[in-house]
Design a protein around this ligand. Structure first.
Ligand SMILES: Nc1ncnc2c1ncn2[C@@H]1O[C@H](COP(=O)(O)OP(=O)(O)O)[C@@H](O)[C@H]1O
Ligand SMILES: [Mg+2]
Length: 237
């Protein structure tokens, strides 16, 4: 059988004495989009941060194409192609849209960066129109586009999206959803955290639900297309 792109087995993460992830397992196949669901505080961001190397695991393994990567520092995980868009976005507010995007490709050659930039503008025409504008003057939705665009500039092996719709107006949730769907159509492999089930189910193939640091449920989006209520119960009740 083909090796999964990402394989997480029995990971445990604690902040000090407080154990947050208590043995989490899941896999992500090439070209697949998996959505991580769960109530606030259930450990979704912690699980993503363990994959991208922003937090360490005290137990368990994380494999990228068979190679163990748990506890690598974040810059090394990034270099291997695990590129995360965090909830805080971490943009450079004083710099222009284009300079923020270019920073996503800083480890690549100039020629490649120019090609990537045009590719990213293909997904985000709204950013192309605003290429010289300072990021601090953009709306929240546009800033989220810059954050995703910057990650796409790095040509990630796995794109990690932590609540891409967080705090956005319905119009932007739709626009971002359309863009994520286009990335998927072009073959992107993605792990996404999302509270907006409409968006999650528009783009994901499969979902898992975290509760108190363990995976309690999961399934194929197609199987639950008409039964979001069941999932909402499983997450919150
Ligand atoms: N750096 C940290 N130090 C201590 N506790 C943290 C830290 N980050 C998150 N937590 C706690 O870990 C739990 C899980 O957080 P998180 O993974 O961010 O949840 P989610 O993304 O599902 O909302 C929460 O109780 C949160 O308060
Ligand atoms: Mg979170």
């Amino acid at each position: 059988m083909h090796e999964p792109t990402l394989k997480i087995e029995g990971i445990r993460v604690a902040y000090g004495k407080k154990e947050i992830l208590q043995g989490v397992d899941f896999e992500l196949a090439e070209g697949e989009t998996l959505c991580l669901l769960g109530a606030n505080g259930s450990g979704k961001s912690t699980a993503m941060n363990a994959i991208s190397g922003f937090v360490g695991c005290k137990q368990g393994t994380i494999k990228l194409e068979g190679q163990e990567i748990q506890n690598l520092p974040a810059h090394k995980s990034f270099a291997l192609g695990l590129v995360q868009v965090s909830q805080s976005r971490d943009l450079f507010p004083q710099l222009s849209v284009e300079d923020n995007l270019k920073l996503g490709a800083h480890v690549r050659s100039r020629d490649t960066a120019a090609v990537e930039l045009e590719r990213v503008y293909g997904y985000f025409p709204r950013l192309k129109e605003r290429r010289s504008q300072r990021v601090m003057t953009l709306s929240g939705g546009e800033q989220q586009m810059v954050a995703i665009g910057r990650a796409v500039m790095a040509r990630p092996r796995v794109l990690l999206l932590d609540e891409p719709s967080g705090g956005l107006s319905p119009q932007f949730v739709n626009e971002i959803g359309t863009i994520i769907a286009a990335l998927k159509e072009d073959g992107a492999t993605m792990l996404m955290i999302e509270q907006n089930l409409g968006l999650a189910f528009m783009v994901a193939d499969r979902f898992i639900i975290l509760r108190d640091g363990v995976v309690v449920d999961g399934g194929t989006v197609a199987d639950y297309a008409d039964d979001h209520e069941e999932i909402v119960r499983s997450i919150y009740l």
